[in-house]
Design a protein around this ligand. Structure first.
Ligand code: ADP
Ligand code: MG
Length: 860
C-alpha cells in the first residue's frame, strides 16, 4: 500500500467516526505532520506514470496547498473539520482521477462532493493549456532532440549562431587584471591571486586539473544507476524542501520518456532559479532512493542560447581555493577564452608544430578548458606541456652557452704530487665511484673552459673529500676557492672537515702554503671586515661560508673555483651570484637529492653530471621500521636504551603544510611533553624554523658536541648535518613527508660505524601511506626512492620548484621521457640554427622565453 492509500484510509476512517479526531491515536495532526513528507514522496514517484506531463506542476502545487505538514485539524470546530476533510479527500480523488484517466484513458466516476473542485480544475487545466502554447517552441525542440544521445558542440554552436550570440572580441590586453571581467571583484581577485592568477593571461593559463565526463546524454527512462550521465528536460516543479533535516531544493524534471526527482542538499536558494517549464540540463551520477532513481546534487544548467559549460560535455574541474566556486570559475574562464583568446599569438615556429604534430596555441588553450572530447583534451595537454619543456630546455641551453662558451676559463695545472700526498693522508681510500668522479672533475679543471658540473651522491657518499681536492688544486694553481653551504652549521661542519683533511696533508709535507677561512653571518662586523679585506687581497686561499659569501661587499682577488653544496637549497640566482664573483670560475654543484638522470638532463641541462653511486665500504644501511602509533611507547623504550648506550636520537615532528608557525608551535608542545612525561631524566633540545638563526646554530652545536641526548625538531634538520653519535631517527607523522625527504632524514643517523635506526610513526595509516612507508623499509637506494616519489607526488612537490628558479611546470611530467626527449631535441636543433634567437621569425619565441624565465638575466 502506498502512503497515499494509507492517507485515504485514515481520512475516510476519521470521516466515518464523525470527525471526532479519533481515527489516529494522538490525533490526526500528529499523523499528518509526520507523514506529509513521505506522502509527497510517494506522490512524486507515482507521477512517473503520468503521461500528460503538463499536469504535474498542477498536481504537485495542489498537494502543497493542502499544507498537510502544518495541519490544524484538532483545533477546528465540527463544520470546519468537515470542510477540511472534503477538501483533502477531494484533492485525492482528483489526483487519482487524473492519473488514472491518464493511465487508462478512461473517465472515472467521481464523487459528488468533489464536483466543485472539478469545476475549478477545469480552469486550471485551461491555464496549463495556455502555458503549453507558450512553451510550444521548446516542446518542438524536445522532439528534435529525441534522436540524439550526445550533446555535441556542433549543436551548441548552431544554437549560438541561430541566435546571433557569438563570442565577442574584447580589447583589454592580456596583461589586464582579471577584475576587468564582470563579477570578479577585488576580493575574488585576491582569492585568484593565491592561485597565482592575476591577469587575463594567467587565467587563460589556469588549467583544469581534470574533466568530468557529462557528454553522455540519456533519455530519462534509460538512465543507469551509478553512472555519470546527462539529461535534458523540462522542470515540472521546483521547491524548497526538507532533505534529511536540512533545507534543500527538490525538482521534478521530465522528458518525453519519463520523470526523475532531482535534489540538491543544503541549497534551498536554487529553487528560485528553476522556473516551471524551463528547460534544464542535469549532469551527474544517478542514484536510487527508495527504489526510484534520483539525481543528488548534480550539476545543472538552464538551457539557453549559450554554449553549455557546466553540463552536457566534458566539464573542466579547476584546482580551487577557499571562496572560489566551480560554477563561477567556469563562467569566468569561458568568458576569458571567448573574449580574449584571439589576442594570444602562437610563438612556436611552424616547422616544430608540424614535425611534432602539435595544435596551434589558441586551439590548445580553448581545448584544454572546454575540450570537444578526450582526444582533443589530450592533444591540448600535449601541446602545452611541450611548450613548458621546450622553453625550459631553451633557457637551460642558453645558460650553458653563456657560461661555458662565453669567455675562456682558467685552465689549471694538475699536480699529481699534490693529489697523491693528500690522498695518502686520508684515513681511507677513495671508492671507485669517488675515483671516477674525481677524474671527471680534474679533466674539466684542465680545460680553458669553465667547468659547470653537478655532483650527485647519496648522503654520506663522500662528496666533501672530492670537493676538498678540487679546492686544493685551485689553491695550488694560485687561485682562490670558495665553498658555499646553505646553513651555518653545515658551513662550520665543512670548515672543520676540510681543515682536518688539509692539515693532515700539510703536516706530512712540512709546507705551509694553504690558508682557510670561515665566513658566516654570525661573525662580528669588524671580523667580517677584516676577512673581506683578506679575501680581497688574496691572503686566504679557501673560503667556506654561507650566503654571506655572495654579499656584495665580498670581493675575491682571484676566484678560480666555486663549490656549492646542497644545490636544491639554493636557487639558480644564488648559484650565478657566486659565479659572478670570479672571472668565469669553475663551478661544482653538489647535491644529495637524487635526481633520475633523464630529469637531471632537463632540469640541470646547463650542468654536466657526475654521480657517486657507491657508498664507502662498511657503511650499514639504516634499519627502518614503520610502527603503528599505538606502539609509540616501544619506540620510546628503544630510544632510552640507545641513549643509555651513549648514542643520540632525533625526533622529527609532523610537517604542517604551509605554516612554519604552526609547525614550530607543535614542535614546542611536543618538546615540552617529551621532556616532562617521557624522557624526564634526559637532556632534550628543540629546533624549529621560527627560531633565530643563531639560536638554531647554538642548539645544533650542543647536539653535535653530545651535550644533548635527543633533538626534537621540525623538518629543518633535513640537510647534510653530520652528528656521528646519532643512531636513531624517529619521524612522527611520517606519512606527510615525501620519500626523498624521509631518506634524507635517515641519512642523518648511522654515520658512524654503529648501526643506525629509523622509526617511522604515521599519524593515520591509510593503505597508500602504508605502502609508501613499506618502501622505506625495503628500499635503501635514494635514486629508486626519488623515482617513486616523482611518480607519487609529481615534480612540483619533489623539487619545490619555487625555490629552484626554474619556470614552473604545470602540465609537463618529468617522468614522461618521450616528451622530454622530443622537447630537448627540438630545442637543440633550434639552438644550432639560431643560438641567440635573432631571426625575425623567432621573436615571439624569444619574448615568451623571457616571460617564462622571468628573473633569469639571459633573455632580458
Ligand atoms: P656527503 O656526500 O654526504 O657530503 P661526506 O663527504 O660528508 O658525505 O662523507 C661522509 C663521511 O664518510 C665522512 O665522515 C667522510 O670522512 C667519510 N668518507 C668519505 N669517503 C670515504 C671513503 N672512501 N671511505 C670511507 N669513508 C669515507
Ligand atoms: Mg655533505
Amino acid at each position: 500500500m502506498t502512503d497515499i492509500d494509507s492517507l485515504r484510509n485514515v481520512l475516510e476512517l476519521e470521516r466515518r467516526k464523525g470527525y471526532t479526531d479519533k481515527a489516529v491515536i494522538g490525533g490526526l495532526d500528529k499523523y499528518l505532520h509526520k507523514q506529509a513528507g513521505q506522502i509527497r514522496q510517494s506522490l512524486v514517484l507515482s507521477l512517473n506514470e503520468v503521461k500528460t506531463k503538463e499536469l504535474i506542476p498542477q498536481l504537485l502545487s495542489g498537494f502543497d496547498e493542502l499544507n498537510l505538514a502544518r495541519s490544524n485539524y484538532g483545533s477546528y470546530g465540527p463544520d470546519e473539520r468537515k470542510r477540511w476533510m472534503a477538501n483533502v479527500l477531494g484533492w485525492l480523488d482528483e489526483m487519482e482521477g487524473k492519473t488514472k484517466t491518464d493511465r487508462s484513458q478512461e473517465p472515472v466516476v467521481s464523487r459528488q462532493e468533489t464536483e466543485d473542485r472539478r469545476q475549478e480544475s477545469v480552469v486550471s487545466s485551461q491555464e496549463t493549456g495556455d502555458r503549453r502554447q507558450e512553451s510550444g517552441v521548446s516542446s518542438r525542440e524536445t522532439g528534435d532532440r529525441r534522436q540524439e544521445s550526445v550533446v555535441s558542440r556542433q549543436e551548441t554552436e548552431d544554437r549560438r549562431q541561430k541566435t546571433g550570440v557569438s563570442s565577442q572580441k574584447r580589447r583589454e590586453g592580456l596583461d589586464s587584471p582579471i577584475t576587468v571581467i564582470k563579477g570578479i571583484a577585488p576580493t575574488v581577485a585576491n582569492k585568484f591571486a593565491k592561485l597565482n592568477v592575476r591577469t587575463l593571461g594567467d587565467l587563460l593559463y589556469f588549467f583544469p586539473r581534470r574533466y568530468v565526463d557529462y557528454s553522455r546524454r540519456k533519455p530519462i527512462s534509460e538512465l543507469i544507476e551509478g553512472e555519470e550521465q546527462t539529461i535534458i528536460g523540462t522542470i515540472w516543479q521546483a521547491r524548497v524542501a526538507t532533505l534529511g533535516n536540512r533545507k534543500g531544493t527538490e525538482a521534478i524534471v521530465g522528458d518525453e520518456t519519463g520523470n526523475i526527482r532531482v535534489v540538491w542538499f543544503n541549497q534551498p536558494y536554487l529553487a528560485k532559479s528553476f522556473r516551471t517549464n524551463a528547460r534544464v540540463v542535469i549532469s551527474g551520477t544517478v542514484g536510487v532512493f527508495k527504489g526510484h532513481k534520483v539525481f543528488e546534487s548534480p550539476e545543472w544548467e538552464l538551457l539557453k542560447d549559450k554554449e553549455l559549460i557546466h553540463t552536457g560535455r566534458l566539464v573542466p574541474v579547476y584546482p580551487l581555493t577557499q571562496g572560489l566556486y566551480p560554477r563561477q570559475v567556469r563562467k569566468w574562464t569561458k568568458e576569458t577564452v571567448d573574449g580574449y583568446l584571439w589576442q594570444l599569438s602562437d610563438f612556436l615556429p611552424p616547422g616544430i608544430k608540424t614535425r611534432c604534430q602539435l595544435l596551434d596555441l589558441p586551439a590548445a588553450i580553448a581545448q584544454i578548458h572546454y575540450p570537444d572530447d578526450l582526444t582533443m583534451a589530450e592533444r591540448a595537454r600535449g601541446r602545452l606541456s611541450f611548450d613548458e619543456l621546450f622553453l625550459l630546455q631553451l633557457g637551460v641551453l642558453a645558460r650553458k652557452r653563456d657560461w661555458k662558451e662565453g669567455q675562456p676559463g682558467n685552465a689549471f695545472h694538475i699536480d699529481q704530487e699534490v693529489i697523491s700526498r693528500f690522498l695518502g693522508c686520508l684515513p681511507f681510500t677513495l671508492t671507485r665511484a669517488q675515483e671516477r668522479v674525481l677524474q671527471e672533475i680534474l679533466t674539466d679543471l684542465k680545460q680553458a673552459k669553465a667547468m659547470s658540473r653537478l655532483l650527485q651522491g647519496e648522503v654520506g657518499s663522500g662528496k666533501t673529500v672530492i670537493a676538498t681536492l678540487a679546492l686544493l688544486i685551485a689553491a695550488a694553481n694560485g687561485y682562490q676557492g670558495a665553498l658555499m653551504a646553505p646553513t651555518e652549521v653545515l658551513a662550520e661542519q665543512h670548515y672543520a672537515n676540510i681543515c682536518g683533511y688539509l692539515s693532515q696533508a700539510q703536516h706530512s709535507s712540512h709546507e705551509c702554503w694553504m690558508t682557510t677561512a670561515l665566513l658566516t653571518g654570525s661573525l662580528s662586523s669588524s671580523e667580517k671586515e677584516r676577512l673581506h679585506d683578506k679575501i680581497k687581497q688574496g691572503k686566504v686561499d679557501i673560503i667556506i661560508g654561507t650566503h654571506a659569501l655572495i654579499q656584495k661587499e665580498v670581493e675575491f682577488k682571484k676566484l678560480g673555483l666555486a663549490v656549492i653544496d646542497e644545490q636544491h637549497r639554493f636557487g639558480v640566482l644564488q648559484r650565478s651570484a657566486l659565479r659572478q664573483k670570479g672571472f668565469n670560475p669553475h663551478v661544482l654543484v653538489m647535491t644529495a637529492t637524487p635526481i633520475p638522470r633523464t630529469m637531471a638532463l632537463t632540469l640541470y641541462g646547463d650542468l654536466d653530471l657526475s654521480v657517486i653511486d657507491e657508498l664507502p665500504p662498511g657503511r650499514q644501511v639504516v634499519k627502518t621500521k614503520c610502527l603503528e602509533p599505538r606502539y609509540r611507547e616501544k619506540a620510546y623504550t628503544f630510544l632510552h636504551r640507545e641513549v643509555s648506550n651513549g648514542r643520540q636520537a632525533f625526533i622529527i615532528c609532523p610537517l604542517v603544510e604551509e605554516s612554519e608557525v604552526l609547525e614550530a608551535k607543535a614542535a614546542k608542545t611536543e618538546y615540552e611533553r617529551l621532556s616532562r612525561e617521557v624522557f624526564p631524566g634526559l637532556k632534550l633540545g628543540l629546533l624549529h624554523g621560527q627560531m633565530p638563526g643563531n639560536e638554531k646554530e647554538e642548539v645544533m652545536r650542543h647536539f653535535r658536541a653530545g651535550e644533548l641526548d635527543i633533538l626534537v625538531s621540525t623538518s629543518v634538520v633535513e640537510v647534510g648535518i653530520d652528528v656521528p653519535r646519532a643512531s636513531v631517527m624517529m619521524v612522527e607523522g611520517a606519512e606527510r613527508f615525501g620519500l626523498s625527504q624521509l631518506h634524507q632524514f635517515r641519512g642523518r643517523v648511522g654515520r658512524d660505524k654503529e648501526q643506525g635506526y629509523c622509526l617511522l610513526i604515521p599519524e593515520k595509516l591509510s593503505p597508500e601511506a602504508r605502502e609508501r612507508l613499506r618502501l622505506m623499509e625495503k628500499v635503501h637506494d635514494g635514486f629508486a626512492l626519488a623515482e617513486k616519489d616523482l611518480e607519487i607526488r609529481g615534480p612540483g612537490e619533489f623539487f619545490g620548484t619555487h625555490q629552484s628558479g626554474l619556470p614552473d611546470l604545470k602540465l609537463a611530467k618529468l617522468t614522461d621521457l618521450h616528451s622530454l626527449e622530443l622537447a630537448r631535441q627540438e630545442a637543440i636543433t633550434l639552438f644550432q640554427s639560431d643560438p641567440n634567437l635573432k631571426k625575425a621569425e623567432h621573436q615571439p619565441l624569444r619574448q615568451q622565453l623571457s616571460r617564462v624565465w622571468a628573473g633569469g638575466a639571459e633573455w632580458s
